[in-house]
Design a protein around this ligand. Structure first.
Ligand code: ADP
Ligand code: ASP
Ligand code: MG
Length: 437
């Protein structure tokens, strides 16, 4: 069994949905299809919820019409015999959405729980359209409500899945289905009381991975709009190339540091179950994509990719029992000579934590920027590694290197003084792509 997740741009419109169906149809055997909302719809739902809270009925009506039209347009362009049934389903969802928005307007209040219910319509609508498209083409398919498949805690807007509560049920539901293609929603789930929750923006990747792990899928495929995980963010560097093989560890770091291509927790369930994860391009399905496994086949020194964080906080803390609150966005903790080096993603909570530290234990306290280089077998070839670091240090020019943090076989972190890191990322990236080390 395989799980195939298609992101918002992959199901943006009629043409994209057809591409998705063609890709799904190329594969034999049982497939679980996880879809995001059509591109831009989740943002529109966020927008409409705020307008409802503000009592702006004109905007609410206008956005409702836009959301309805986006889905009915796809239906009218691609469906014939399923057209009426699909339009009926869409209208029912729009009626339910309107009811919730009226409630928000009436109260003048938008709770995270209400926002999650409103968000859920994006994925409910896209999967409904796709289900009817599959039916139209006589695919043996079934539509499943993801809220009945995945159970989370009640941490609305960023809920945590509770595997003990859903894995067996999910596995049984999928395995007992006689459909070849099981269609469900990414991003949405429900708590123990059946209230809708969401896994955080971009969470459909995580849904695919949770399902893949629960059913022990042969492969979890994440279909998106680029040729795989790239050597850097293509919006920052224009000469990026796809990376054919990546390790779980590299992907964990890259997504946690903000590489948008995967939700930060996507890889965690796959690690536990040792699932193969592939990142593929819906617009270029024959491209190799990126294959992510525990140990990639090429066992040699490589620096694969780069990502930066503009605003960080670097702390040196002398302590024998470091107690960092779990809510803090810790990027990495290193340890040397009885001093913990802690790199934090800067925010207000971090500022508060820093303010309250026992100053006699603080050996270093500085705002900084940081660059993460992810690769493989970095410790096996010390001469190449030293050469790479020397080249990189040169590229920093006048920018001061504060620390080389936490060397491991898979990552190097350069902490530099706070600066505009994009130009540095671009020049280090050139070295990586051209393998000049
Ligand atoms: P989807 O809608 O399919 O989930 P996303 O927009 O969430 O797609 O993620 C894909 C986007 O991630 C790409 O279009 C690209 O702009 C961005 N991105 C940022 N960093 C990387 C990276 N290292 N590799 C690939 N894509 C990246
Ligand atoms: N539709 C949700 C979002 O836009 C989830 C996802 O696309 O992964 O964040
Ligand atoms: Mg995404």
């Amino acid at each position: 069994m395989i799980v195939m997740k298609f992101g918002g741009s992959s199901v943006a419109n009629d043409e994209q949905m057809q591409k998705v169906l063609n890709i799904v149809n190329l594969i034999d055997g049982k497939r679980v299809i996880v879809l995001s909302a059509c591109k831009g719809i989740t943002d529109l739902l966020e927008h409409i919820a705020i307008k409802a809270k503000d009592g702006d009925t004109t905007a609410v009506n206008q956005i409702t019409e836009e959301i309805t039209a986006r889905h009915t347009d796809v239906i009218k362009q691609s469906l014939n015999k399923q057209c009426n049934a699909a339009i009926d389903d869409i209208n029912q969802y729009i009626t339910q959405l309107t009811r919730i928005l009226n409630g928000v307007s009436f109260l003048g209040e938008l709770s995270l729980a209400a926002m999650d219910s409103i968000y859920s319509f994006g994925e409910l609508l896209s999967t409904t359209v796709f289900y009817h498209l599959c039916k139209e083409r006589n695919v043996n398919c079934e539509w499943k409500d993801a809220r009945l498949l995945i159970t989370t805690d009640s941490n609305y807007s960023s809920a945590n899945p509770i595997s003990e509560l859903y894995v067996n049920k999910l596995n049984e539901t999928i395995r007992s289905s006689t459909a070849d293609v099981i269609i469900t929603q990414g991003f949405i789930a429900s708590n123990e009381n059946g209230r809708t929750t969401t896994l955080g923006r971009g969470g459909s990747d995580l849904t695919a991975s949770l399902i893949g792990a629960a059913i022990n899928a042969d492969e979890i495929q994440i279909w998106t709009d680029v040729d795989g995980v790239l050597t850097a963010d293509p919006n920052k560097c224009d000469d990026t190339i796809p990376i054919e093989f990546l390790s779980y560890k590299e992907v964990k770091d890259l997504s946690f540091w903000g590489a948008k291509v995967l939700h930060p927790q996507t890889i965690m369930p796959a690690i536990e179950c040792n699932n193969i994860v592939k990142v593929l391009n819906t617009n270029n399905p024959t491209a190799k994509g990126t294959t992510i496994t525990a140990v990639p086949p090429e066992n040699k020194f490589t620096i694969n990719s780069i990502i930066g964080k503009q605003n960080c906080h670097l702390l040196g803390i002398m302590s024998n029992h470091l107690n960092i609150p779990s809510s803090l966005p810790v990027l990495r903790i290193g340890y040397s000579n009885y001093v913990y080096n802690v790199l934090l993603d800067d925010n207000e909570e971090v500022a508060e934590f820093v303010k309250n530290l026992n100053r006699s234990e603080v050996t270093l306290d500085t705002t900084a920027s940081a660059i993460l280089l992810a690769g493989q077998n970095l410790l096996n070839e010390p001469i190449r590694l030293t050469k790479f670091i020397a080249t990189t240090a040169q590229l920093l020019g006048d920018i001061k290197l504060r620390q080389l943090l936490c060397f491991s076989d898979n990552s190097i972190i350069l902490v530099v003084e706070k600066c505009d890191i994009d130009p540095i990322i671009r020049s280090i990236h050139k070295v990586i792509v051209r393998k000049q080390y």
